[in-house]
Ligand binder design. Structure first.
Ligand SMILES: [Fe+2]
Length: 298
């Protein structure tokens, strides 16, 4: 979640020989095959047909601003020229899992790390590791929005602090329930802005339309205490009233006393409803109940 793994799940303890000291590598755009570009185009067309009216306006605007409708996998050099102009962010390729401090340092300096591989044509619907479609289509349009761009930088700085405090587990939940799986109130309805949803055909519908998950108004302390699952559609979605509010809460809150306060409180189990929750949907959890096997919970 916090890093960009490659398909073989390479884990390095120092930058590999072909990487720079900050772990970045060349995207090597000319190496993509026609089949890989075609996979991007298939995924892009499918999501773009479904997302109008479902995705947040900021996401749809980002797709336009960044000219993502151009055929084929985006070339980071071209993409970055537009993104830098819009919000001062850039996308950088990395060779696999990068250490947390490297990941946060990139975010704090307005660099979003992305894998450069794309899923195989038989993996359109399910992929455990984030590929370039997830990382670029899912994440980068929101980075063209100034409010979200500032939020992500603040998150990176917060990540470096969380490493000092030993509270990475708690902070990672904020990323999960906003950057990856966040919902937003907009035009008197719910829309999606989380990258894990907008890049998934199935979850784009499920997150908004299913009776199964809980939909709960965002509360920072509550989110920092809430476990999440990484192996299926989410059982909770947290809803922000707007991007300004998300940025405001993140920038204005001193997280250290919050971490100290919640250190003595129990984690909140997935799907558990607690006192103080502002529930928009009390989910049936039918989808989760129908799945066999144990959930993979973090
Ligand atoms: Fe992601």
């Amino acid at each position: 979640m916090l890093s960009a793994p490659d398909p073989e799940n390479h884990v390095y303890d120092k930058p590999p020989a072909h990487a720079n000291a900050d772990w970045t590598i060349d995207q090597n755009w000319p190496a993509y095959t026609d089949e890989e570009h075609a996979t991007w185009d298939t995924l892009f067309a499918r999501q773009c047909k479904m997302l109008p009216g479902r995705a947040a306006q900021a996401f749809m605007d980002g797709v336009d601003i960044l000219q993502l409708s151009k055929a084929g996998i985006p070339d980071f050099d071209e993409l970055n020229r537009i993104l830098m102009d819009a919000t001062g962010w850039q996308v950088v390729a990395v060779p696999g899992l990068v250490p947390d401090d490297v990941f946060f340092d990139h975010l704090a300096n307005r660099r979003f790390v992305s894998g450069n591989f794309i899923r195989k044509p038989d993996q359109l619907d399910y992929l455990q590791e984030p590929d370039i479609f997830h990382d670029v289509f899912g994440h980068v349009p929101m980075l063209a929005d100034q409010r979200f761009a500032d939020y992500m930088e603040a998150y990176g700085r917060g990540g470096l602090r969380a490493l000092e405090f030993g509270t990475l587990k708690q902070l990672a939940r904020l990323y999960w329930y906003t950057v990856e799986f966040g919902l937003i109130q907009e035009a008197e309805e719910l829309r999606i802005y989380g990258a894990g949803i907008v890049s998934s055909y199935g979850e784009s519908k499920f997150a908004l339309e299913s009776d199964s998950p809980n939909r709960i108004m965002f509360d920072l302390e509550r989110v920092l205490r809430t476990e999440y699952r990484i192996d299926d559609f989410q059982q909770n979605y947290f809803v922000i009233p707007g991007l300004e509010e998300l940025l405001r809460v993140t920038v204005e809150t001193d997280f250290k006393p919050v971490y100290e306060k919640i250190a003595d409180m129990p984690d909140i189990a997935i799907a558990e409803i607690v006192e103080g929750d502002e529930l928009l949907t009390h989910g049936t959890q039918d989808h989760a109940s129908a799945q066999s096997g144990d959930a993979v919970i973090i």
